[in-house]
Design a protein around this ligand. Structure first.
Ligand SMILES: Nc1nc(=O)c2c([nH]1)NC[C@@H]1CN(c3ccc(C(=O)N[C@@H](CCC(=O)O)C(=O)O)cc3)C=[N+]21
Length: 295
């Protein structure tokens, strides 16, 4: 069925977590510094709950402090801002993640922009977005970092490759394009208005799919031997009346044509959490003004 090499995100994420654990131990030993990560969850979004489930456990496993702030869906914007402000001023907390999406009555832009950029482990604050694009030291969004690490496990050099990013979100599409440009790819960003998208995808050596449309990318769109990184995590009905997770890529048909492909689940998802821990360790070192193993 599958000609492509399957990129094992679970294994590679475990390797990244081992690197983070080693870095946390080093920061402790050399600088008496214990990184701490706070997650703020407002309300009960199902996608966010999937994500939060393993996170606290993995944070503690790599040796960091972990705090979870679960607030009811009715919490006012002012109360969320007050919590972020408290965490900004807490010297034990080096990373702050406010789970998205936030309830509709809360202005997420306002909340994200209130996070101290030095503690912005999601890399969503405009200061970090700007630092990424100009090539300054930054906290870089987790899913994009994880996607590029996965691509580099099968393509040690991305230099000169035609890369297509499908999707232009601030969370994945735009930052992954910035990272691929930094790797010297020729980057195309495709989206819902792109004409003849299959022809554009067909030219790509590296396809990063981050549109949020289940199985949108077809096997006939793929250049033989291309590398596919599937960022999509879509819950769809399955045969037995339950639901299953699928990516933005029609996996079976694309795997016949591609050189390498990430599965869903078990691909980019686990890397997102691993890179979050990596960012928290980096943030702690940066705030303390000491050398970091990561950036
Ligand atoms: N501020 C913020 N930052 C985020 O990074 C963020 C967020 N809000 N809100 C929710 C989304 C979703 N997200 C996931 C991360 C990992 C998996 C993951 O590990 N998935 C596994 C398991 C999936 C399963 O079995 O259900 C996999 O793909 O193999 C899923 C979803 C991060 N998000």
């Amino acid at each position: 069925m599958s000609g492509a090499q399957i990129i094992d995100g679970k294994q590679i994420a475990a390797n990244v977590r081992a690197e983070v654990a080693a870095e946390v131990a080093r920061l402790q030993k050399e600088h008496n510094l214990k990184p701490g990560l706070a997650v703020v969850l407002v309300g009960e979004d199902p996608a966010s709950k999937v994500y939060v489930a393993n996170k606290a456990k993995q944070t503690v496993e790599v040796g960091m402090n972990s705090w979870e702030h679960r607030l009811p869906a009715e919490t006012s914007e002012a109360d969320v801002l007050a919590l972020v402000n408290k965490l900004n001023n807490d010297p034990a907390c080096h990373g702050i993640l406010v789970q998205l999406p936030l309830p509709k009555h809360i202005n997420s832009e306002k909340v994200l922009n209130s996070i101290n950029p030095e503690k912005d482990v999601d890399g969503f604050h405009p200061v970090n977005v700007g630092r990424l694009w100009v090539g300054e030291r930054a906290l870089v969004p987790c899913t994009p970092t994880g996607s590029v690490i996965l691509a580099k496990t099968v393509l040690p050099s991305l230099s000169g490759l035609n890369a297509i990013v499908i999707g232009r979100s601030n969370i994945v599409g735009k930052p992954v394009a910035a990272l691929l440009l930094r790797e010297n790819c020729t980057v195309t960003i495709a989206h819902s208005r792109t004409k003849n998208i299959e022809d554009v995808v067909k030219r790509a050596d590296l396809v990063v799919a981050a549109v949020g449309i289940p199985e949108m990318v077809k096997g006939s769109w793929i250049k033989p031997g291309a590398t596919i990184i599937d960022v999509g995590i879509n819950r769809v009905p399955s045969e037995n009346g339950k639901t299953k997770l699928v990516g933005d890529v029609a996996y079976d048909e694309c795997a016949k044509v591609a050189g390498a492909i990430t599965p869903v689940p078990g691909g980019v998802g686990p890397m997102t959490i691993a890179c979050l821990l990596r960012n928290a360790a980096q943030a702690a070192a940066m705030i303390a003004g000491v050398k970091s193993a990561f950036a």
